[in-house]
Design a binder for this molecule. Structure first.
Ligand code: ARG
Length: 369
């Protein structure tokens, strides 16, 4: 296995292979998602290296062109981390070296994989958060429209799950819309914490090269940098946890909303329903309309709420500095975005087709006296 840190004295024994397999874990699969961001980070880094005369102009041009090719292959899904290559950082450097020779190695000057992976993750989460915000906005708009449309449709309000006071579908839809705005406030704070440049912190203790960290901060569109290089590295795990907390807040709102929908769809409530083709039936009980979509939105939302705690537990008691433990966070953290985005999208789709029963309150009137 070719490794950036290899001193060349490792025999390729069964034991080293076993160790590699265990330590690399799922990195070769998950790091592929980071490839476009790894390339973007490298382009900013080498432009900066050229500006401080650590790279010739000609070398910069060659490297940027080759990196552009890798970026495009990553965008169309052609980028793979080859068998025997440890991670995205090693793969990109290996491709450059194969294409351009020794100059390929220069992209690593003044950098460590520790600040590289942290940078990649921050660029990745910035993009993913933006997509989450857009989808949350669409669901918000749908809920507000439904709130307006059904403001006259009365339903009972419950306390202790006992019929309490007359309320309305307008209030119910609007409540979840307003809930999402609170969740977005948290996400905005998490975004700002993520949007700080760790590049240049190297292994977590800076570099002896006169790196221009402000330049890479500007090139990558970060709001500011993590000034203290030790803190930059300490941000690994902490920033994922902060973002996870905000994703969990949206997940919590969706889960509660989904639980209400399941309850309201129950035949004894019968407050709302969906067209048959959006629910699932049962071959043995043809009267059933199962709310599988909302059950899974509920489960995914609850699972998302566990994420911040999972990260807390992985990072519990780690002292400052890089630890390999941090790598494992990717397995839980990175797929969470797809889960949340899918839930937001399908919730919005389902609500386009929601059917509200009229005169619900009539049946409850005797109970309200
Ligand atoms: N795959 C590693 C991670 O995600 C990359 C950093 C490795 N650094 C190291 N010193 N082993 O954390």
């Amino acid at each position: 296995m070719s490794k950036l840190w290899d001193k060349g004295n490792n025999e390729n024994t069964d034991a080293t292979q076993l160790i590699n397999q265990f330590t690399v874990g799922r990195d070769r699969e998950l790091d592929v998602w980071l490839a476009p961001y790894d390339v973007m980070g490298s382009v900013a880094h080498i432009r900066m290296l050229e500006s401080i005369q650590l790279l010739e102009k000609e070398e910069l041009i060659q490297l940027v062109e080759a990196l552009q090719g890798i970026y495009e292959s990553a965008l169309v899904g052609d980028f793979v981390i080859e068998e025997g290559i440890e991670d995205v950082h090693s793969q990109v450097e290996m491709m450059l070296t194969q294409q351009l020779g020794e100059v390929g190695k220069k992209i690593h000057s003044g950098r460590s994989r520790n600040d590289q992976v942290l940078l990649d993750l921050k660029l990745y989460m910035r993009q993913e958060i933006q997509e989450v915000v857009q989808l949350t906005q669409s669901l918000f708009d749908r809920l507000i429209a439904l709130s307006e449309q059904h403001k006259e449709a009365l339903i009972p309000g419950y306390t202790h799950l006992q019929v309490a006071m007359p309320s309305s579908f307008g209030l119910w839809f609007g409540a979840y819309a307003e809930g999402l705005t609170d969740d977005l406030l948290l996400l905005q704070a998490a975004y700002r914490i993520a949007n700080q440049n760790p590049l240049g912190s190297a292994a977590g203790y800076g570099s002896s090269f006169p790196l221009n960290r402000q330049m890479t901060t500007d090139l990558l569109g970060f709001e500011r940098m993590n000034y203290n290089v030790v803190y930059a590295q300490m941000g690994r795990g902490k920033v994922e946890k902060t973002v996870a907390f905000a994703l969990g807040a949206i997940g919590g709102t969706l889960a509660k909303m989904a639980m209400d929908v399941c309850l309201y769809m129950n035949q004894n409530f019968g407050f709302l329903t969906f067209p048959d083709h959006l629910t699932t039936g049962s071959s043995i009980m043809p009267h059933k309309k199962n709310p599988d979509v909302f059950e899974l939105i509920r489960a995914k939302g609850n699972k998302l709420q566990a994420l911040a705690n999972e990260i807390t537990m992985i990072t519990a008691n780690l002292p400052s500095g890089y630890h390999r433990d941090l790598q494992l966070i990717k397995e839980n953290f990175m797929p969470a975005f797809a889960d949340l985005k899918a839930s937001l999208q399908i919730a919005e789709f389902m609500f386009q087709h929601v059917q509200i029963k009229q005169d619900i309150l009539k049946a409850c009137l005797p109970l309200l006296h």
